[in-house]
Design a protein around this ligand. Sequence first.
Ligand code: BES
Ligand code: ZN
Length: 616
Amino acid sequence: MNKYFLFFLVLLFTFLGCTNNQKNDHFLNEDAHSYANFNDVRITHMNLSLTVDFQKNTLDGKVDVSVDNYTNAKQLILDSKDLTIHKVLLDNGVETSFTLGDISEIFGQPLTINIKPSTKVVSIYYTTSPDAEALQWLTPEQTLGKEHPFLFSQSQAILARSWVPCQDGPGVKFTYEATIKTDSNLIALMSAENGTSKNNDGVYTFKMDQPISSYLLALTVGDLAFASTGRNSGVYAEPAMLEKSVWELNAMQSMIDSAEQLYGPYAWERYDVVILPPSFPFGGMENPRLTFATPTIIAGDRSLVALIAHELAHSWSGNLVTNETWNDFWLNEGFTVYFEQRIMEKIFGKPYEEMLTKLGMGELEATIDDLIKEGNSDDTHLYLNLDGRNPDDGLTDVAYEKGRFFLQKVESVVGRQRFDSFLKNYFKANKFKPMNTERFIRNLNNHLLTPEEEQAININAWVYGPGLPDNALIPYSEELDRVESAIAQYNNNQIMANKIDISGYTTHHWLYFLRGLKNLDSIKMRDLDDNFKFTQTGNSEIACDWFKHCIDNQYDVAFPALSDFLIRVGRRKFLTPLYTRLAKTPQNKAWGKEVYQTARKGYHSVSYHSIDEVLK
Ligand code: BES
Ligand code: ZN
């Protein structure tokens, strides 16, 4: 070969290598749920300065966004929803023009800002709407203390844009700092470095030095107190809840330690949990450094703490290695349920974990049946197609439980040791980066699986196919087998409730029991309630499963308690199945609508949007 030609080839490949690398470094797959032009200009840092106004229910102030302009773009397109934009300045001085595009009910409006290729910082002055979908403003009466108002945000999946103009796709990561001004008798907390006590001036500053996605931006303001639960963990709650919460969550520090042993160092320094008022629409939300949690896990017997293991696990799967788009949601949740299962096994033992896993399979089977019945079989795939739809539609047990059982299958084929070391490397190699389904599978094939193993698992069937593949492991639990025989006898009318041996029953035995009951009638409902006092239970999970039977069997005795529950608790996972059952008969639907008239005011938008649909 001619040496000039060789030289030319070397140059060519160096050039191709560079552009290719450059592309790989920042290029993101298209995100159907964001208007942002993040492959041209990318947000790298945000500085928020906001005043919390409990009179108007607004946040008001500005955000300075620092950008990296890859393509000399002349426009920065951000996501926004229901925001009033007052003005936009470039590099802290010159005002620039901007436009807000057409309004989409799901996606909001693109905010298009004219910038220069040299622009480094864009300052956006804005006010949120009192109806901002991420934010819930609570009156003092809606809190435990009854004295102070309360605010919390819920940004996942695409609601961050309703309180911060941003590139609201999970693939974009940025660091942030913030100054939040509020009433002097309240404390503000964010998904960032937090203080532990109130300031006299009500001004709080925050720093998040690790890059995060917009769906992890979070703020809560209220009368909250702090208590430590260990070396780098603690709990915030309203003062009257604090002691109970600390007692309930005493396993937190050992969960962190176990998680680190499993998958490597915890990357976020502190791990704290804030117990919110009961209107919080989810069980938990993995806001970095500060998980937001429902008070319904404070059951008084520590039986619902798997939720903390779950949110903590997101500190690796989700917050470090993040689903690139909402179509890859299972990479966040499936990994996290698998990871949660491993933490629970380590701390509470195999029999406990087996109960959780078997309950999970029950939920998955029911969800798959429903989705297929509704003609939504495509939504039973792990890799979803949510384009044009609300990404909330992907929030089903498929991402969580089918995802978990897929990873469990991989583990069983390659052995725990190999799988663990693969996962540890995977988190290390991909930390602070987005991940998509295709790349993950390539990772599995390149770094873990032999061709035979690949065949035994059948990745395609799991990821791109419907339902539960027939090579799924069948969960086994000796504890729940005991319940199984009680269920069989009770369903076959062989025994009454007082003859059921309930010694050693925990919340999970009861849930399994309730879910297995069939052919109930008013006599049996009364028999169950007289013996087990389900209507009076203080355990929200048990209450929800019991109330389902109450509605299906028109057990009116429980309806006042059901009404209280629907008014007090705003967690969507409980509300949707209950209102859906109520909507099945005209009489119950009317009753449900009446309850909803009072309850709706107390719900976060995530919940009332869902229930509006159910009762319409
Ligand atoms: N990140 C989710 C909550 C979420 C998902 C909010 C998608 C909005 C859109 C959180 O980690 C979660 O999964 N919470 C569960 C609890 C868990 C134990 C399954 C919940 O809230 O029920
Ligand atoms: Zn989760």
